[in-house]
Design a protein around this ligand. Structure first.
Ligand code: ADP
Ligand code: ZN
Ligand code: ZN
Length: 748
């Protein structure tokens, strides 16, 4: 007898373990690890869906009391067994139910009916076709004549390739019975073939020109491939400035790995970048590449999933979820812009795609190539420690030069009575570009929007005396009532003047892209303006449309959030304005300086990509902050050295690890009691430094109260065991049935 271990499709911690079921004899051949099954569950006639995570010949319980699987769901998609192990790893390392973990490794959950394409083939040769045609003409059978004429128009080569059924029926205005009649007369045959929905429409008219790799690029490609061919697998970090030719390096490595019969996943940070990356890969790899992302239709996604499984694709490109493409022979995972925050899942399980990629690669014997102009402090730290192999590319590959950069101090503007959002320098350069008909990008750093209080006179941001992060304003109606640190809970009333210089110009900062757009239109009324942000990019092709318009020269100024500075190439952009570079310094988390440096550097990299030199204006209240200064100098190493010192001092990742436990309940006193108990339990671990409990950044959402308890520890495993003990506690205790926990590792 065969038994199956089944995870029930329900995210309740107490049911988060495999249940054993009997596999009925008639299903023995069809069942597999990863199968989706229907099972009886609980009392009465209730049935549930579940995932088979294990098969064995041994009963764990009394067989007479063990229930049987009811059916294998045909609509379900089988999860590869190594992806199931990966799901288990995710559950263990990030804390989630197995069900949620399985869901994350299944980019496609449901089968979508295949699309079938029918083809009409000739069943006789061209001479005989001509004879038949003439016979039908004599009988005034014009519909038949129309179809046969269509065949006779073709040449000898295309004749046997046939005609697309639905296309020709429409074009010639035929009925199905006409086709059927000719088929019965054996003049034609009709054949159905499965047709995949293919979202890749990157049929590019310009053929690829393949640059000769420069010595820096060649060194990297050779080193990584040399490892690969000698069966050494590893993780590599390519630190290369924007435009240094990293993508070219990836493509050369991918090409070779594909030649060895392996498959490759290329992760990119944003859907908006898919088009550009797919285009480049398509030119080199043609139909053997595909894409996977959330804006595809369910059918398109299912078909890419199926094609990948069948080995009809070599390279899958896409954002985070493409990491779980079910390749059977995965050889390489490339993560472009590896520092990007979008690789961090926002929903439980809050996994990091980079870490999961490295784990998946380990399981199947693949390598991982990370690339960035501004590597995450985490990856760079690991590379310097020798965990990853580090490569650097310090020159731009083409002939573009690094732009000229101005740092404009917004406090000085205020002193000069310039109250607008445009510094005098930016205003001057914008007018110049509009005159020359060159393009401008205005970047508004929205990270940390309205999330801090600062002085417009001296630039001081009101921070926590204990944590070196900005205090978060908490609103009462439309005014700020008090400020609070969301790490340690420190609280103070909203000051009415700057604690540093005494100026009354102190307020929570907040301005959106829409206001910027209005101000631009008012000030530069002749300019044509496009805006790209979350609001203007909700449609399926919205990103692509805006970018196409802009690169086609339909607008002079593109205003946008982070999404405009990530990797887009526009030849005619010669001015980039960063409206408030330090906005993101004040978001109140340990990544603030890192994110500010990354965004500023990337924005700088957008100016002057081709033959025209570019200029960048960085506007800021904190012109001396190292993240701004280093970004302006394009000096990653100095930034890293200062940042890692601070991380060491405050024991932030990657030096140490942080586990955030989010306690949720609709009952305020339960949530407070539980948070307190968990903090006390955490304190029993010697090596863990406990912070909190404190209200979460969003202290209450949809009537659910939210509290955080943080634990810092150099050993990740200890934090995992804290997490496990909390999970056990929640299962055993009777007191907190109205509370839930979510876990967050190193992501605040
Ligand atoms: P990155 O990914 O580092 O931003 P890309 O690979 O996109 O850099 O290269 C930037 C530009 O330089 C692209 O237009 C690319 O075609 C070109 N390029 C890359 N490598 C070379 C090379 N060896 N010689 C000439 N041009 C190159
Ligand atoms: Zn001040
Ligand atoms: Zn604090």
């Amino acid at each position: 007898m065969i038994f199956a271990d089944v995870i029930v499709d329900i995210s309740v911690k107490s049911l988060d373990r495999p249940f054993q079921y009997i596999v009925p004899e008639e299903m023995e051949f069809d069942i597999d690890i990863g199968s989706v099954v229907r099972i009886p569950f609980g009392m009465g006639n209730r049935t549930m869906t579940g995932y088979v995570v294990g098969l064995s010949g041994e009963a764990k319980f009394d067989v007479s009391k063990t229930k049987s699987i009811l059916e294998i769901m045909k609509q379900g998609v089988v999860v590869e067994s190594h992806l199931l192990s990966l799901a288990y790893w995710i559950k263990e390392n990030y804390g989630s139910t197995m069900n949620d973990a399985i869901k994350s490794v299944m980019p496609v959950k449901k089968e979508v009916k295949e699309q079938v394409k029918r083809i009409i083939y000739p069943a006789v040769d061209m001479e005989n076709m001509k004879i038949k045609r003439d016979e039908f003409e004599k009988k005034h059978n014009s519909a038949r004549v129309r179809l046969l004429d269509e065949f006779l128009k073709m040449n000898k080569e295309t004749y046997n390739a046939g005609l697309d059924y639905s296309y020709i029926i429409k074009k010639l205005n035929l009925t199905a019975s006409v086709i059927d009649g000719l088929r019965k007369l054996k003049i034609i045959t009709v054949d159905a073939m499965q047709q995949y929905r293919n979202p890749v429409n990157a049929v590019s008219d310009t053929p690829e020109t393949r640059p000769v790799l420069n010595s820096g690029q060649k060194h990297i490609v050779d080193a990584i491939l040399n490892d690969y061919i000698t069966d050494v697998r590893g993780t590599y970090l390519i630190h290369g400035i924007t435009g240094s030719g990293k993508t070219e390096v990836y493509m050369n490595i991918v090409e070779k790995v594909v030649c060895l019969g392996k498959q490759v996943i290329v992760l990119i940070p944003e859907i908006s970048l898919t088009f550009q990356m797919v285009n480049r890969f398509y030119k080199r790899f043609g139909n053997r590449i595909s894409v996977m992302h959330s804006k595809l239709s369910a059918g398109e996604r299912f078909d890419q999933y199926t094609r990948a499984k069948k080995g009809e694709i070599d390279v899958m490109i896409g954002p985070r979820s493409a990491l779980f493409t079910p390749f059977e022979n995965l050889g390489l995972i490339v993560i472009d812009e590896e520092h990007d925050t979008s690789y961090q899942s926002e929903m439980p399980p809050k996994y990091h795609a980079r870490e999961v990629a490295i784990q998946r690669a380990k399981m199947v014997g693949a390598s991982v190539v990370l690339g960035s102009a501004t590597p995450s402090v985490d990856s760079y730290y690991k590379a310097l420690k020798g965990e990853y192999r580090l490569f650097e590319l310090n020159e731009r590959a083409g002939n573009a030069v690094y732009p000229k950069i101005y740092i404009e101090d917004l406090r000085e503007e205020l002193k000069a009575r310039n109250y607008s959002i445009f510094s005098r320098k930016l205003d001057e350069l914008m007018r110049d570009r509009l005159e020359k008909k060159e393009q401008i990008m205005l970047f508004l750093n929205r990270r940390g929007f309205a999330g801090f209080v600062s002085c417009r006179q001296c630039g001081e941001v009101v921070g926590c005396p204990h944590c070196s992060v900005a205090l978060k304003p908490h609103m009462a109606g439309d005014r700020v009532s008090y400020l609070m640190c969301h790490y340690c809970g420190y609280k103070m009333p909203m000051p009415d003047k700057c604690p540093e210089c005494g100026s009354p110009y102190i307020s929570s900062f907040g301005i959106g892209t829409e206001q910027v757009e209005q101000m631009v239109k008012k000030r530069f009324s002749a300019a044509k303006v496009l805006r790209m942000d979350a609001d203007t990019t909700t449609g399926k092709n919205a990103h692509q449309d805006i970018l196409k318009k802009y690169s086609g020269g339909d607008a002079d100024i593109l205003i946008g959030t982070q999404m405009i500075v990530k990797g887009h190439d526009f030849a005619n952009v010669t001015l980039v304005g960063i409206l408030a570079a330090d906005l993101s310094l004040n978001v109140g988390d340990y990544l603030a300086a890192e994110k500010t440096f990354q965004l500023t550097t990337q924005a700088c990299g957008r100016a002057g990509r081709a033959d025209k030199p570019g200029e960048v204006v960085i506007q800021t209240y904190q012109p001396e902050h190292y993240s701004i200064v280093c970004a302006a100098r394009n000096d990653y190493k100095s930034f890293y050295e200062q940042e890692i010192l601070i991380r060491e001092m405050l024991q932030y990742p990657p030096i140490s690890n942080i586990l955030g436990v989010l306690v949720l309940s609709e009952n305020e006193s339960s949530v407070d009691n539980l948070a307190k108990i968990l903090a006390d339990k955490m304190k029993l671990y010697h090596d863990v430094t406990v912070l909190g409990p404190t209200p979460a950044a969003i202290a209450k959402a949809k009537d659910v109260y939210r509290r955080m308890v943080y634990g810092k520890c150099t050993d990740y495993k200890i934090l995992c065991s804290v997490k496990n003990s909390f999970e056990e506690f929640m299962q055993e205790t009777e007191s907190f049935k109205d509370c839930r926990l979510n876990f967050e590792f190193n992501c605040i």
